[in-house]
Design a protein around this ligand. Sequence first.
Ligand code: ZN
Length: 466
Amino acid sequence: MPQPTLLIRDARCIATMDDAHPEWRDASLLVRGHAIEAIGPADALPRQADEVIDARGMLVVPGLVNTHHHMFQSLTRALPGVQDAELFSWLRGLYPVWAGLTPEMVFVSTQLAMAELLLSGCTTSSDHLYIYPNGVRLDDSIAAARQIGMRFVATRGAMSVGASQGGLPPDSVVEREEAILRDTERVIQAFHDPAPGAMVQVAVAPCSPFSVSRELMRASAALARRHGVRLHTHLAENDHDIAYSREKFGCTPAEYAQDLGWLGEDVWHAHCVKLDAPGIALFAATRTGVAHCPCSNMRLASGIAPVRRMLDAGVPVGLGVDGSASNDGAHLVNEARQALLLARVGRSLEPFGCDHGPAEMTARDALALATRGGARVLGRTDIGRLAPGLCADLALFDLGTLAMAGGAVHDPVAALLLCASPQAAWTIVNGRVVVREGHLATVDAGPLVERHNRLARQLAEAARGA
Ligand code: ZN
């Protein structure tokens, strides 16, 4: 059976994010099956294929990569009571609500979050599901990803230290450590695909220093390495997080990670807002990855991560929208735009540190974080760039819109990051069209939103009744 072909024809610009040829003008891109076959000047490529997308007036970029999320939190966006809270009080307010999650809620909220990301041009996402009440399983979010057609790195999160043991979450939402490890092994064996082009991978992800024990962190690292899967957690998110580490463990979060075997090319940590200079050096030396989540860090007033210093030191950095309850709008182009803006503000706040100025982060730097940076953080060499042989994960943006007017004529790539963040006109994952002319092609958005809102109401009502 010959594989079907898809031609993206006559694009105004293709930004490959690949060093061999970063940007093409008036170019086409040919997909065969699940992979990119050719990119080049439109007149050098075929004019026909099984499906042809007329990309005149469009910008084509690699499908964006999201390295940190908690998709179930879509059910608790903008929840009154925690709208103006910092991390610890925000979590304390939300844990009792999340205790009412059901398998159906996880499936639907995951699909809702993925729909939102796909419409922003994101083709691969990680998700950190760390709460398992009422029979919830990681299987529920993997089923949602398969149905909607998103490339997925599902992480088996966990919480094991409840308030009675000095942890932050209430005892009612923590699990026993043997049960966590057993279920983690089960989902790796059932779902993790190590092959290039994998649509589903699994990583091991105890939630945070303040909700799991040292023993679970160590056992998780050993389990992940035995199975060749990656490790993920939260680290150094804000000043309270640092104070907790100092008080409970007598060291900084980076030292704690080192002590636990949680540094290395197979590890990525979310946030790292408060990573100090020795921590940055440790991360760089060990090629430990960081998921930078600028919107969440602003929403919770956590601070400004030292991203330029991390990048200059050689730390792998990708972007994460973080959970929908601390970033109520998951849009990956916007996340890149906010990363750019926040980096510039951060530099301006340093007393004598303004050596980069606004060039602290350029538009192309921000796009690199959202594409190849994220791919590296997830340990993927098959996505994040556009080149022959790589996965056919693409996002197309219309440059002829009101918001892009006067910008895209000068520099379409910079306009994507600097102008108001657009929705994708087309999103293609693994050679399959999942967003067609601005609309989801794999699930019906209207009924999904309706069902999600019904469940969101039900969850809040259950918490009020509890
Ligand atoms: Zn998070």
